[in-house]
Design a protein around this ligand. Structure first.
Ligand code: MTE
Ligand code: MO
Length: 425
């Protein structure tokens, strides 16, 4: 917390007014920060950084975070990672703010490790039900018009370990199979137009160049609507982990369809029913039947701070609660917060960009009285859909599921500020 010195009193009192205007829960607690003149060595001692010059402009040709941020990394879960080439790691959501995921922190999900591809040798082929079967080099692709769009990518298995009850201690692990970046890419429809679709073309089969040769059936209508063949993320080339030099972007739909290291798109008249859309990424219902394709990601949210990896160190008083919300069907219109396990709800403040099929950032500022809390957030998207509770989901889906768990998450804040993953009935 910033220390309070006399000059900032005005700022604090206006913040006080703002909190009173609707966000504060109870009466205001004591001043946030120490009164100047109490002898804090952090401002009295002469530090190295004021006495000596630092690194010059030649020291860091590609910048990396401060050494004090070394703990901010993707992490995996040992028991989920029998073999790292076919596993997942998780975005450290509790360390991030705003809506953009930094490239080096985007979670990774590989079925056969990271393909390291020389772009000069990479090709994208379009074949099947087209007038001309085409092969593009990366240079060819750079001559098509491109667009910049911010989208979330969520693995359908995100939160999948929580179907049977609370399990993983941290939003990084329960909700970290998501990232949100700005893609630069070519609308897929331009490439399909170039090849010329035959009248019976209805489905696409994008294929990856990695050793898993990942394929998924994609309805043509979605491809023509908003899919991108992306080559940049957050302004720079895709990272190898994210599919360098080309990946498919399928806005709002499950991450598995976003084929990385994209090398071929076959055009057909019906879905292929390959492994990744039958044995995997399929929702098995209670009666033993499975859903036939679940593409769209339903509205979901999670409180990232506080959370098990980010306890409340200040014990009471001014508290900033924050989190993220998203919907595969549009924007997030509202996020509600409960401090008492879903009995009472109050609207959070969505801040920053509200974009279609993109992450939204919300805040809820309140005065914590130090008593235990059961924190929940629920997202309401632009279609009016309300994020369900876990038990509402189980009532419809049963308990055979792994994928598409968008149920409301509960964090139990104890009076010492520690936070644990719990469920309320
Ligand atoms: N070629 C290829 N594409 C792939 C995968 C893969 O293993 N190979 N994994 C898929 C899965 S299951 C997900 S959730 C996303 C993960 O994207 P990310 O690694 O950028 O987070 O990529 C998808 N695309
Ligand atoms: Mo996935």
């Amino acid at each position: 917390m910033a220390k309070l010195i006399d000059g900032t009193r005005n700022k604090l009192s206006s913040r006080r007014g703002f909190l009173k205007a609707g966000l504060a829960l109870g009466g205001m607690a004591a001043t946030t920060g120490a009164i100047a003149g109490e002898g804090d060595p952090a401002i009295l001692e002469k530090k190295d950084w004021v006495q000596y010059t630092g690194d010059g402009v030649d020291a860091r040709p590609y910048g990396t975070p401060s050494e004090f941020e070394e703990h901010v990394t993707r992490k995996n879960v040992a028991w989920l990672t029998a073999d790292p080439v076919s596993s997942v790691n998780f975005t450290p959501l509790h360390e991030l703010d705003g809506i953009i995921t930094p490239n080096g922190l985007c979670f990774e999900r590989h079925h056969a490790g990271i393909a390291e591809i020389d772009p000069a040798e990479h090709r994208l082929m379009i074949n099947g039900l087209v007038e001309k079967e085409l092969v593009f080099t990366m240079e060819d692709l750079m001559r098509f018009p491109r667009e910049n769009r911010v989208y979330f990518l969520e693995c359908a298995a995100n939160t999948g370990m929580e179907w049977h009850g609370s399990q993983l201690n941290g939003c990084q692990f329960t909700h970290g199979m998501i990232h949100n970046v700005m893609y630069t890419g070519i609308p897929l429809k331009y490439l399909l137009e170039e090849a010329g679709l035959k009248t019976n073309a209805k489905w696409l089969l994008p294929e990856g160049a990695d050793a898993s040769g990942m394929t998924r059936s994609l309805p043509l209508a979605k491809a023509l609507e908003d899919c991108l063949v992306a080559f940049k993320m957050n302004g720079e080339a895709l990272r190898p982990e994210q599919g360098y030099p080309l990946r498919l972007v399928v806005p709002g739909w499950e991450g598995n369809m976003w084929i990385k290291w994209l090398r071929r798109i076959e055009v057909g008249d019906q879905p292929w029913h390959h492994r990744e859309e039958t044995a995997k990424y399929t929702d098995l219902m209670e009666n033993g039947k499975a859903r036939h394709f679940t593409w769209e990601m339903d509205a979901k949210s999670v409180i990232t701070n506080p959370s098990p990896q980010a306890p409340l160190l200040h014990k009471s008083g001014h508290t900033v609660l924050s989190g993220i919300a998203w919907s595969g069907r549009g924007k997030v219109d509202r996020v509600d917060i409960s401090l008492d396990g879903g009995r009472n709800w109050r609207p959070a403040r969505i801040d920053g960009l509200s974009l279609d099929k993109s992450m939204h950032r919300f805040y809820y500022e309140f005065d914590w009285d130090g008593s235990p809390l059961l924190l929940q957030s629920r997202a309401i998207d632009s279609t009016g859909y309300i994020q369900p509770t876990r038990n509402e989901l189980r009532a419809i889906r049963g308990t055979n599921s792994i994928y598409h768990n968008n149920g409301i998450q509960t964090w139990h804040v104890k009076s010492d500020g520690e936070v644990e993953n719990v469920e309320v009935s």
